[in-house]
Design a protein around this ligand. Structure first.
Ligand code: FUB
Length: 345
C-alpha cells in the first residue's frame, strides 16, 4: 500500500476536528467488524502493531499477530478490550499478517473468520471457534478449502443462510487469482496482474457457507457492481470500483454491499436484490480518513444505524497504526445513505 496517494488526508494538514474519538487508545485497532450479539455490541478489529517491517506497496508493514475483541454495552458506552482472542502462533497454517477479521454466531457458538499469509506467502482465510463472543477462539488446523485473498465479512441472512464476502486487490492478492489458481509469476508488484483500465473491474467474491460454517458450500462467485445503466464498473474507475473491505447489510429488504475504493480512500456502496447481486452503485458512505486505508462495518442497534471505521489520527498519521471509531449514519427516505465526513470545521 503506497504512501504517494494524492487524496488521502495527512494528519499534519488536517485542521478540522474528528467527528468521533478512538474507541480504545491503549492499543491500535483497525478494520472494525461490528455485530450485535445478545443485545451487546462486539467489535472484531485488526490489532495494529509496529513490528518494524519495511513499508512496501504490498502492505508488509501491516504485520499484525493477534486479535482482541472489543465489546460495548451500547454505542455510547465505554469500549472494553477482552484480551487476546487468537494469536498467529496458535494457527498451524498461518505464518503472519493477521489482517481484517469478522465473526458470526450460530446456535450459541461464535466463529472468527480471519485472513493470514501462509508459509507459502499466499493469503488464505481461516476460521476459529469459541463458546463466547469474546473468545479465546480455537482455530481449525487448515485454512478454509478454496479460500484465498483477504477481508472476510460473513453475513447471516434472514433465511438462516450465511454468506462470506471477501477479497482485496494489490497486497490482498485478489488479482493473482483471476484464472482460478494462484498466479505466482513475477513481478511481485501490486500493479501487475490487474485488468486494464478499460476492462471490467476485479470483483469481490461471495460464497455461501456450509451449515457448520467451516467451509464454502459452493465455488466463490463474483460480486458484480454495475453503474446505473447496468454496465460493470471498470478497473480504471478508481473512485468507485472495488478494492477491499467488503461488508453486507440489509435495509428494508434490499442488500447493501459496501467496500473501500483503496487508493482513492472512499467507503462506497451498491444496492442489490439478493445476496449475490448484481449490485448497483449508489454512492459514498465515508469520505477519506487520516491514513491510507479505510475499512468499515455497518450495524443496527435499537433501530439506529452505525458506521464503525478507523483512522490514523491517534498515531498522528502512521498508516499502519490505526484506531477504530463509531458514528451514526442515516438512510434517507429513498434508502440512500448520507455520506459521512469524518472531520468537521
Ligand atoms: O489491516 C490490513 C488491511 O488494511 C486490511 O485487510 C485492509 O482492508 C486494510 O484496511
Amino acid at each position: 500500500m503506497p504512501e504517494e496517494s494524492i487524496q488521502h488526508i495527512n494528519f499534519d494538514e488536517l485542521n478540522r476536528k474528528a467527528v468521533s474519538s478512538p474507541l480504545v487508545s491503549h492499543i491500535y485497532t483497525a478494520d472494525p467488524s461490528a455485530h450485535v450479539f445478545n443485545g451487546k455490541i462486539y467489535i472484531y478489529p485488526s490489532h495494529d502493531v509496529n513490528a518494524g517491517d519495511a513499508f512496501d506497496d504490498l502492505g508488509s508493514h501491516f504485520a499484525m499477530e493477534d486479535y482482541h475483541v472489543i465489546s460495548m454495552d451500547h454505542p455510547d458506552a465505554d469500549a472494553v478490550d477482552n484480551g487476546v482472542a487468537l494469536h498467529v502462533n496458535d494457527v498451524p497454517w498461518a505464518e503472519k499478517q493477521m489482517w481484517a477479521p469478522d465473526a458470526q454466531e450460530k446456535d450459541g457458538r461464535y466463529y472468527l473468520f480471519f485472513p493470514a499469509k501462509g508459509y507459502d506467502r499466499i493469503f488464505k482465510i481461516g476460521v476459529a471457534i469459541s463458546d463466547t463472543p469474546t473468545g479465546p477462539f480455537i482455530p481449525k488446523p487448515q485454512a478454509i478449502k478454496d479460500s484465498f485473498s483477504i477481508d472476510p465479512a460473513v453475513y447471516k441472512d434472514d433465511d438462516g443462510n450465511y454468506y462470506m464476502y471477501f477479497g482485496g486487490i494489490w497486497g490482498g492478492q485478489l488479482q493473482r487469482w483471476r484464472t482460478g489458481s494462484f498466479n505466482d509469476a513475477e513481478p511481485e508488484s501490486p500493479f501487475a496482474h490487474l485488468p486494464a483500465h478499460n476492462e471490467p473491474a476485479l470483483c469481490a467474491k461471495v460464497a455461501r457457507l456450509t451449515d457448520d460454517l467451516l467451509e464454502f458450500a459452493e465455488p466463490a462467485k463474483d460480486v458484480l457492481i454495475v453503474d446505473e445503466a447496468g454496465n460493470p464498473l471498470l478497473q480504471g474507475d478508481n473512485d468507485r470500483r472495488f478494492f477491499e473491505a467488503s461488508w453486507l447489510h440489509k435495509y428494508q429488504g434490499k442488500y447493501y454491499f459496501s467496500y473501500s475504493t483503496g487508493d482513492t480512500h472512499y467507503i462506497c456502496y451498491a444496492i442489490g436484490d439478493n445476496p449475490y447481486g448484481p449490485f448497483t452503485y449508489a454512492g459514498r458512505i465515508l469520505n477519506p480518513v487520516v491514513g491510507w486505508t479505510s475499512h468499515h462495518s455497518i450495524a443496527e442497534y435499537k433501530s439506529e444505524w452505525y458506521l464503525f471505521y478507523h483512522d490514523s489520527s491517534l498515531s498522528k498519521g502512521v498508516t499502519h497504526l490505526r484506531s477504530i471509531k463509531v458514528a451514526k449514519i442515516e438512510h434517507d427516505e429513498n434508502g440512500y445513505i448520507k455520506t459521512l465526513d469524518p472531520y468537521q470545521d
